[in-house]
Design a protein around this ligand. Structure first.
Ligand code: PHE
Length: 333
């Protein structure tokens, strides 16, 4: 018996995991365990013999239980050590934890603009970022001497290719590839040699163009849709159309909204005028239609800067904070 228990104790010492340990416990002191059965035989003994045997099996039980609890502690210790070794933290590593993203504020604003016009049945158009002189300038009635072609504004490549300075060249591409009626918007990046609080060398515009048969499209349509659009973007603001000039539209207008910072009272942001300029628009110049061989048509166009919209919507006064990829800033949107 003693050998039997000693063998069990040896096995207990060699055990590597808790479930094997539990099996050994059952083998020894479970309901039908070796020691348990020995205890049952006590009732057949009497006197000194009973006492002596009881003492012996109690000692064996104690021996076994001590071995058991020691083995258990060792296994638990070993598990913890293994776990700690596996879970060691390298504080110098980049976090791979991903946070839920709601998109960059520029794209959020762009998406909201696109949603409005898609809801109005406009289609989406794109054009290349590296444009030729014809699409970016010539076809848009920007003659060779026009100041907008100045080297100071435009990034040129060697072979008279350039980075598009606005999304208006997509007007030309849309008219060349589509048939009437056209109602399209063209969101995308544009490039100018500008860098300060409110300008960055790369920014985003959304162009709009509607072309129909002659006399079907007028300034009234343009005004109606832009008013609806600006209320959708900025809520309850006042809107005014101010006569202006663009080579590719005639007549042309710039559109102002009442200042979102001071509600029209006058502040530094609106230069104490109470108004903020938000987009350019007009009736498509016949010269533009001539450049794409369109006859007997009428149309309107508009263009806006997405960064400017995002700045006004989120009350951001330094455009550069959108591009500095500082997560502490971007997480606020
Ligand atoms: N392309 C003009 C700009 O970049 C905006 C504009 C587009 C104005 C269409 C009128 C019509 O400023």
């Amino acid at each position: 018996m003693k050998e039997q228990i000693q063998a069990l104790v040896d096995r207990v010492k060699a055990v590597q995991n808790l479930s094997d340990l539990e099996n050994l416990r059952i083998e020894a002191i479970g309901k039908k365990g070796i020691l348990t059965q020995q205890f049952a035989t006590l009732k057949n003994l009497e006197g000194e013999a009973k006492k002596a045997f009881a003492k012996e099996i109690n000692e064996l039980k104690e021996l076994f239980e001590n071995a058991l609890s020691e083995a258990k502690t060792q296994i638990l210790q070993k598990d913890i050590q293994e776990k700690l070794a596996k879970e060691s933290i390298d504080a110098s590593l980049f976090s791979t934890l991903r946070k839920t993203s709601y998109g960059h504020p520029i794209h959020q604003t762009m998406d909201k603009i696109i949603d409005f016009f898609v809801g109005m049945n406009f289609s989406l158009c794109t054009g290349p970022l590296v444009e030729d002189d014809f699409h970016n300038f010539e076809a848009l009635n920007l003659p060779k001497s026009h100041p907008a072609r100045d080297m100071a504004d435009t990034f040129y490549f060697k072979d008279s290719m350039l980075l598009r300075t606005h999304t208006s060249p997509v007007q030309i591409r849309a008219m060349k590839s589509k048939s009437l009626p056209i109602a399209m918007i063209a969101p995308g990046n544009v490039f100018r040699r500008d860098y300060d609080l409110t300008h960055s060398p790369m920014f985003h515009q959304v162009e709009g163009l509607v072309v129909e048969q002659k006399d079907k499209v007028s300034f009234v349509h343009l005004k109606f849709i832009l008013e609806d659009f600006l209320h959708y973007m900025f809520g309850d603001v006042k809107i005014r159309f101010r006569s202006s000039f663009f080579p590719f539209t005639e007549p042309s207008a710039e559109v102002d909204i009442s200042c979102v910072f001071c509600e029209g009272a006058g502040c530094r942001v609106c230069s104490h005028t109470g108004w903020l300029e938000v987009l350019g628009c007009g009736i498509v110049n016949q010269k533009v239609f001539e450049a794409v061989d369109y006859k007997d048509v009428s149309g309107y166009a508009f263009g806006l800067g997405v960064e400017r919209f995002a700045m006004l919507i989120h009350r951001v006064n330094d455009l550069r904070s959108f591009f500095e990829t500082d997560l502490r800033v971007l997480e606020q949107f």
